[in-house]
Design a protein around this ligand. Structure first.
Ligand code: 57M
Length: 359
């Protein structure tokens, strides 16, 4: 909005020329989202407390979690509000991709909201049925995938990190692939969200990484030099990534150990969905498995644990899945698990950045 309001005035006030630059708007989108979260945080937490939107803690989890009972949840509403407001303020609203990302973010937040709401009304740790949640996610992701696919500028060729010469064209199959990426990312972030700051830290790291990729992909000279797909209007999505990172930092202020608020499904589902959508738009879909390797690790630990548990009628690979519970039960203090997982996420982000040069 500011871009549309202020940039046209640059002919009379030359300082407004700065609104043209994606870098400038990305920085201020991050700061805006951070400030909204930071300033509104205490008020939102008080409101959630008052409305008794407190977390129910399952008894079969690690014992240390029992003391978290009553911590307000649904703090994700604050993250999504900050991201959406900041994006609307700082992006070029004629950009098609921005609306696709907002569609997935708001749509998935809606699913998460219904899920959390049902949990709180029923006062148990189960909300929407897994099947319905999954179905709704697939519908929204399929709409987003089809819209992106129908964009003339968009191609359906996928690139594989480190393998420059392997780039299959998926044709209409790209829509199915996009659904898999978006829904998979959403659920993987949701599974990771089980310790204070454990999900939001790597979400911030992944957002910053994709901010760089989106900027480069939307810049004709940089994309040519680094030999990555040039997607003319993709640069604006860097601003969304900036907003996501800023809101994440603002939320982390309150969600860091010991957490004053949890994000709830209303936060975890859209955050993962947004990252998945950004990876599709920047044409760095496979890279998400590296950038978000921590989320993949957590999701795989659940798949293997559940599979093995069913096959062997009750035996386990890990002490408990998702993986963070395994380390908690091994006796690692919660902050140690969290910070070590963040370290892994940073290392993975660095590896993914190296694909700009190694291919
Ligand atoms: C949601 N939710 C957290 C909070 C957060 C198939 C199965 C592996 C699924 C999995 C599952 O349900 N995962 C998705 C995980 C919950 O957090 C809430 O949920 C929101 C995210 N959706 O924002 O509102 C708890 O996590 C802790 N927490 C924090 N800090 C945070 O910042 O400490 C969350 C955010 C909170 C709080 O304690 O209550 C959760 O873990 O429930 N299921 C599981 O994860 C369960 N695993 C399991 O049953 N494993 C089995 C295998 C065979 C399936 C096994 O390994 O034996 C575990 N979760 C719990 N207890 N609570 C184990 C049992």
């Amino acid at each position: 909005m500011l871009y549309h309001l202020l940039y046209p005035l640059h002919t009379s006030i030359s300082a407004f020329n700065v609104f043209r630059y994606i870098t400038f708007r990305t920085i201020y989108a991050s700061l805006t989202a951070f400030l909204i979260c930071f300033v509104l945080g205490p008020w939102v937490i008080r409101k959630l407390h008052k409305m008794q939107i407190g977390q129910f803690i399952q008894e079969d989890g690690p014992k240390t979690h029992q003391k978290k009972a009553g911590t307000p949840t649904m703090g994700g509403t604050l993250i999504i509000f900050s991201v959406v407001v900041s994006t609307l303020l700082w992006t070029n609203l004629t950009n098609f991709y921005i609306w696709i990302i907002l569609l997935v973010t708001i749509g998935f937040a809606g699913i998460g909201f219904i899920d959390d709401y049902l949990m709180l009304v029923k006062k148990r740790n189960k909300g929407l049925s897994a099947r319905n949640k999954f179905l709704l996610q697939i519908i929204i992701a399929a709409i987003a995938g089809s819209l992106v696919w129908s964009e003339p500028e968009f191609n359906t060729i996928v690139t594989i990190p480190f393998f420059k010469n392997i780039s299959p064209d998926l044709g209409w199959g790209y829509i199915i692939f996009a659904v898999f990426v978006i829904v998979g990312a959403s659920n993987a972030v949701n599974l990771t969200d089980g310790l204070d700051g454990l999900a939001i830290g790597p979400v911030i790291i992944a957002s910053v990484t994709y901010m760089v990729f989106a900027y480069v992909a939307g810049h004709i000279k940089f994309s040519n030099y680094l030999q990555i797909n040039y997607i003319a209007s993709c640069g604006e999505t860097a601003i969304f990534c900036g907003a996501l990172a800023g809101a994440g930092l603002g939320f982390l202020w309150f969600n860091s150990y010991p957490a004053q608020v949890f994000m709830g499904d209303v936060g975890s589902l859209p955050l993962g969905g947004a990252l998945g959508t950004i990876s599709v738009i920047t044409k760095q879909e496979f890279l998400l498995a590296i950038v978000g390797g921590l989320f993949v690790m957590e999701a795989l630990s659940v798949i293997f644990q559940v599979g093995f548990f069913k096959m062997t009628r009750g035996r386990r690979i890990f002490k408990m899945a998702p993986l963070h519970h395994h380390f908690e039960l091994k006796g690692w203090a919660e902050p140690k698990v969290i910070v070590r997982f963040w370290i892994i996420a940073i290392a993975l982000a660095l590896i993914s950045m190296s694909t700009l040069k190694l291919r």
